[in-house]
Design a protein around this ligand. Structure first.
Ligand code: ADP
Ligand code: ADP
Length: 207
């Protein structure tokens, strides 16, 4: 449902992605790993439409929503208002659906987002992306700054979402163990190029 072909993305004259091809199937969870500066964020931002390719193509069959790096809350607004920021017209149905998927959010809906823990904020960021009812959820750094136990809980929610809704996931993640556990397939990027794509179990063995 996601087809990336020969993708080139530049910042000015600097080439951040240099001919990347990657496919994600319907309902598949794929991890995007690699060192700092490899182009992971650039790739996910291009999939979400925030960046324009210099050449090549990104085709998404369906809706994509992004959980941005650093979560990007509006700290003085309530959880509910953070969820509603997209201006969804059928707000209540959408909210109820998201609260069904992430029940913890219902209990904190009136709280200011800026007062929440990092893990709770990440849940809000995921919930906000789910308001778009995405077929593909693109997540930039699920675990950033969070304790492992909190990350495990978030990962459990993503598994549930994937099983229950068939939502595909493209996960940029520094924590390779987490990425490989959550996603059956992984793509390793280095210096703007795909080094290898394959089953996470095989990539884990070969380091
Ligand atoms: P990663 O997410 O894997 O750490 P990025 O996609 O953030 O990698 O960055 C890929 C390359 O593009 C790096 O060399 C980085 O310095 C560069 N880059 C990222 N964002 C910008 C930007 N806004 N302007 C210029 N260069 C950028
Ligand atoms: P990550 O690689 O995890 O996305 P970075 O530290 O590379 O984080 O980037 C943080 C922010 O700085 C991003 O918004 C990115 O676009 C921007 N950025 C990264 N590298 C450059 C660069 N060389 N010039 C300008 N902006 C950059």
């Amino acid at each position: 449902m996601l087809h990336i072909t020969d993708l080139v993305v530049r910042y000015g004259s600097a080439v951040a992605l240099d001919g990347v091809s990657l496919n994600v199937g319907r309902g598949e969870m794929v991890a995007l790993v690699g060192p700092n500066g490899a182009g992971k964020s650039t790739l996910i931002n291009t999939v979400s439409g925030l960046l324009k390719p210099a050449s090549g193509s990104v085709v998404v069959e369906g809706t994509v929503a992004q959980v941005p790096e650093g979560r990007q809350m509006f700290p003085d607004m309530s959880v509910e208002d953070n969820l509603l920021l997209g201006g969804w017209s059928i707000r209540n149905r959408q909210l109820d659906e998201v609260f069904d998927l992430l029940p913890d959010l219902a209990g904190m809906r009136r709280r200011k987002a800026g007062r929440l823990s990092g893990g709770q904020q990440q849940m809000v960021a995921i919930g906000r992306a789910l308001m778009a009812r995405p077929d593909l959820l693109a997540i930039d750094e699920l675990s950033l700054g969070l304790a492992p136990i909190v990350v495990d809980e978030l990962a459990e929610h993503l598994r549930y979402l994937n099983t229950e809704r068939g939502t595909a996931v493209l996960l940029v993640e520094q924590e390779v163990t987490l990425a490989f556990n959550l996603c059956a397939r992984a793509c390793v990027l280095e210096a703007g190029r795909v080094v290898v794509t394959g089953p996470s179990s095989e990539l884990a063995e070969s380091d």
